[in-house]
Design a protein around this ligand. Structure first.
Ligand code: SAM
Length: 261
């Protein structure tokens, strides 16, 4: 078969470092019966060791040429190939205890994470490789410079842990940026710790829209001085000073007040 020319538009940086591949496998620790789906199998760097340990693997791949290669390299029944866009894939369709893995195309990493968050209820865990800078933002704690909308929205849904730093030299072609593998474990929150996620998203987006401005400025469409007082929050704080719990409390307060208007 001819050599595959990596396609930039599909974020094709293929993993070639066997040590890194082994480290990722150790982090995932696949067990034979695990219902697992890999996003973007590419030339099979993770697919091959995954199949060696699993009875069956689902993969989602957008590149038609790569799909043809996969069909030759991994004959059914060990692999089910879903040809198409992972952003449109219904992960819930695969069942209720799904393991998601992938070396994600960096150009769609944030939308894929938000898409997976919508299916968190049917996911056991997620191990994905991303741009390191994105992983730092995902796991960031309040009051740090990396803490922002991505941290709050993902930490609302998941327990997050960076498990591995990966240098650019581990890929062909080498990307311009460093990478990292992150583990996401869906949180089963008690009802009082949940809120209307659409409203949470809007409040978080407004709060972080101008990081240097205070809450009284960025959130004036949602909260007045009396509201901040009722919530026990100083309106002179900035978004990065609020915990995920604070954002959830504010969202529930706003939803209740809107309902009683
Ligand atoms: N897993 C392989 C590896 O580690 O070497 C390939 C990783 S490469 C960074 C990303 C892969 O995702 C490519 O195979 C690319 O074609 C595929 N891809 C890109 N956009 C996609 C999308 N929207 N849905 C599904 N697969 C996609």
């Amino acid at each position: 078969m001819t050599r595959h020319i990596p396609r930039k538009r599909f974020g094709q940086n293929f993993l070639v470092d066997e040590t890194v591949i082994a480290d990722i496998m150790a982090a995932i620790a696949p067990q034979p019966g695990d219902m697992t789906v890999e996003i973007g199998p590419g030339l099979g760097a993770l697919t091959r060791p995954l199949i060696a340990q699993l009875r069956h693997l689902h993969v989602i791949e957008i590149d038609r040429d790569i799909v043809s290669r996969l069909k030759q390299d991994f004959p059914a029944p060990c692999l089910t190939i879903h040809e198409g866009d992972a952003l449109k894939f219904d992960f819930a369709e695969l069942g209720g205890d799904l393991r998601v893995v992938g070396n994600l195309p960096y150009n769609i990493s944030t939308p894929i994470l938000f898409h997976l968050a919508q299916s968190a209820h049917c996911i056991r865990d997620i191990h994905v490789m991303l741009q390191r800078e994105v992983v730092e933002r995902m796991v960031a704690a309040p009051s740090s410079s990396d803490y922002g909308r991505l941290s709050v929205m993902l930490q609302y849904r998941f327990d997050l842990e960076k498990v591995l730093d990966v240098p650019a030299t581990a890929f062909r072609p080498a990307p311009q940026v460093e990478s990292a593998v992150v583990r996401l474990l869906p949180l089963r929150r008690a009802t009082e710790e949940t809120c209307d996620e659409d409203l949470l998203g809007k409040i978080v987006m407004s709060a972080f829209s101008q990081r240097r401005k205070t809450l009284r400025n960025t959130l004036k469409a949602y909260f007045h001085a009396g509201d901040f007082a009722a919530l026990g929050l100083d309106s002179g704080m900035r978004a990065q000073d609020l915990s995920v719990k604070d954002f959830v409390r504010m969202t529930n307060y706003a939803a209740l007040r809107n309902a009683s208007c």
